[in-house]
Design a protein around this ligand. Structure first.
Ligand SMILES: Cc1cc2nc3c(=O)[nH]c(=O)nc-3n(C[C@H](O)[C@H](O)[C@H](O)COP(=O)(O)OP(=O)(O)OC[C@H]3O[C@@H](n4cnc5c(N)ncnc54)[C@H](O)[C@@H]3O)c2cc1C
Length: 608
């Protein structure tokens, strides 16, 4: 196998690496992706793709392929807590609690108000093959499964990675300008001395992935996940069953069941026990099913100390790993890939300085930290709800008594149920985290702050407050041009920044035209106004834009606002220059028609 030179090498072909490949192809950057396994992962793992992830895929046209195959969010709109699916005892087949899963339930209208994209349920076991096929079909991408990184070193000039083709055992070298380490933390991070901080080995988990007709017992077409609490208590007292599709409703063909264990529990690797115990917990002793696979995984809450090591960047699980609660693992991984891709492209094309690449960690590490903490908190909520129900793992007699009281008649039982409903509200942190998913913003990075106060996030992660303060995700509003209707989020994404102006934006347009140099960040000007290209027919944009008719905003290729001027400027060209310099991390002097590409990067931009 000959040695390879490539602008970007991606190590790891999971959701993060494959998305990196797709985002970089969309930006016109040549990549090589290597993945040590011959085929994508065999376990379902992540299944919830949140709205922000689908917005990112919308920019590159991948969202359609997912919606065509995934479970629509309204068929994943309910979370339940039950005693069992089968059995005829007084406590069997009882629903303890249920709550809407945000974005699919009654709040769907609110979610749709804030985004052009619905979330979706699409297990990683089907997403990864789809992403692999889409990535490999791109002419700029070379996707090699069964190829493993075995050594890595870097100099100022680039990174050299030794790769082994596992089908032949042959090794070759890849010389890359930059490396995206999307290997789940297995090789790149340890090789560059990255330190993972936080808690490892919180719990051992086992997942049984199987095919079965559950429709006689799973009596709700819209339920996505059900927690089972066995009144008899004991080691196997609880577990979680999740629908995987492909059929949306109770006729879903595939399912996954998770058990948790303490890390010192001797039974945790005994696969022989898992299936009988799953049947026992569900109270379906005669359940017929085909086992697809059993997987073991460890719950951690860890964050890497740095996201950048010279020309090597860590992304996804290589940078942060957390409990699956709130579904933030893959979604955060894809958002990392999205943030890094436009920055690598801007530097490789000579539009931006090397320092832009520092803003990847500056922006994404606080989000990685926040999401890791959040997932851990949501994970820790489950013992609180067990406590509210009176479930005592080591005391089945008391557990049974408490559940009998819970389901009993009379005032006392009604109070117990009302109390549990109150305590269960805490679970909205896991299942209705709308603000957490789409409302995050960057305090510093590739942007120019405007001195306004931080938008305080909802401490419970639900209520999203749209804003155009620099660092925020551009608010969504539908805008129209004749019969065409797009989202404001559709204005960006092709590697260019967008200057949004209003009805009196002539001075901004003129200034942008003056700055339109070959080596500046491309800046497209768009007017959203009665006489502009796009009309704000519903009036929503003017409510959310944060600028007047003579103001302007710059939105980055990843939909985040980088700069805002609420009104006109006495020196618009100067204001825009300062904004572009802050985004591209080049001096204001360099931001002009005469500027030249970063030293040492021009050959790559041309090649791409
Ligand atoms: C049960 C479960 C449920 C989950 N549910 C959700 C959810 O609902 N939503 C959500 O967002 N997240 C969820 N997650 C988390 C999610 O699965 C991970 O965060 C996600 O897989 C991270 O993707 P990644 O690409 O960063 O890493 P990985 O998926 O770990 O991919 C890394 C890849 O790198 C490859 N690799 C490793 N070393 C090398 C090497 N030396 N050379 C080449 N390749 C290499 C590996 O083979 C692997 O394919 C869940 C996880 C589990 C276990």
């Amino acid at each position: 196998m000959p040695d390879v030179h490539v602008p970007v090498l991606i190590i790891g072909g999971g959701g993060c690496g494959l998305s990196s490949s797709l985002f970089l192809s969309a930006q016109g950057i040549e990549t090589l992706l290597i993945e040590r396994h011959a085929t994508p992962g065999r376990m379902p793992k992540a299944r919830y793709l949140n709205q922000r992830t689908l917005e990112m895929y919308r920019q590159i046209g991948v969202d359609r392929a997912i919606y065509d195959r995934a479970i629509p969010i309204d068929y994943a709109s309910k979370i339940r807590w039950r005693t069992s699916l089968g059995g005829d005892g007084p406590l069997d087949r009882r629903t303890i609690h249920e709550m809407p899963f945000g974005g699919g339930g009654p709040e769907l209208t609110d979610y749709r108000e804030d985004s052009p994209s619905d979330g979706a349920l699409y297990p990683q076991v089907r997403l990864e093959p789809l992403l692999r096929d889409l990535a490999a079909a791109e002419t700029l991408a070379d996707v090699r499964f069964n190829h493993e990184a075995i050594a890595i070193d870097q100099s100022e000039a680039g990174v050299r990675v030794r790769v082994r083709d596992r089908s032949t055992g042959e090794a070759y070298s890849v010389f890359a300008d930059y490396v995206v380490g999307a290997d789940g933390g297995r090789f790149v991070g340890p090789s560059v001395g990255a330190v993972m901080e936080g808690s490892s080995g919180i719990l051992d988990m086992a997942t049984v992935y199987f095919r079965a007709d559950m429709s006689p017992w799973w009596d709700d077409d819209h339920a996505m996940t059900t927690w089972f609490i066995n009144p008899s208590g004991g080691l196997w007292a609880s577990g979680v069953l999740g629908k995987l599709g492909p059929t949306y409703d109770r006729h879903s063909e595939e399912w996954m069941f998770h058990f948790s264990f303490k890390p010192d529990d001797a039974a945790r690797h005994n696969d022989e026990l898992l299936i009988p115990r799953m049947k026992e917990l569900l109270k379906l002793p005669d359940l017929e099913f085909d086992l697809i696979a059993i997987g073991h995984w460890v719950v951690e809450a860890v964050l890497v100390d740095r996201y950048r090591f010279g020309r090597i960047f860590l992304a996804g699980d290589a940078a942060h790993r957390r409990p699956p609660t709130t579904g933030l693992g893959l979604n955060t991984a894809i958002a990392d890939a999205h943030n890094l891709a436009w920055k690598l492209a801007a530097v490789l094309k000579g539009f931006a300085g090397q320092d832009l690449l520092d803003t990847y960690g500056e922006e994404r590490r606080p989000i990685g930290e926040r999401n890791t903490r959040w997932a851990l908190l949501a994970f820790e909520n489950h013992p609180h709800t067990d406590l509210a129900l009176g479930i005592k793992r080591d005391d089945p007699v008391t557990t049974l008594k408490n559940l009998e009281r819970f389901f009993g008649d009379g005032e006392y039982s009604a109070t117990l149920r009302a109390r549990v409903r109150k305590i269960m509200e805490i679970q909205t942190m896991e299942w209705q985290a709308h603000d957490l998913e789409i409302g995050y913003n960057y305090e510093s990075g590739a942007l120019l702050p405007d001195g306004t106060d931080r938008i305080e996030p909802d401490p419970l992660g639900r209520v999203y407050k749209p804003s155009t303060r620099p660092g925020s995700r551009l608010p969504h509003a539908w805008i129209t041009a004749g019969a065409e209707r797009i989202s404001t989020l559709d204005l960006t994404g092709k590697g260019e920044c967008v200057l949004i102006v209003g009805e009196h934006g002539e001075a901004w347009k003129k200034a942008a035209a003056e700055l339109a140099g070959a080596h500046n960040l491309p800046l497209r000007v768009v007017a959203i106004s009665p006489s502009g290209e796009w009309q704000d027919e519903t009036g929503k944009w003017s409510l959310l834009s944060g600028i007047g008719d003579d103001g302007a905003l710059i939105v980055r290729p990843d939909n985040h606002v980088a700069w805002r001027s609420p009104t006109s400027s006495p020196a618009p060209a100067h204001s825009l220059k300062a904004a572009l310099a802050a985004i591209s991390k080049r001096s204001e002097h360099a931001v002009s028609a005469e500027s030249s590409p970063e030293k040492g990067t021009e050959h790559v931009g041309n090649r791409a």
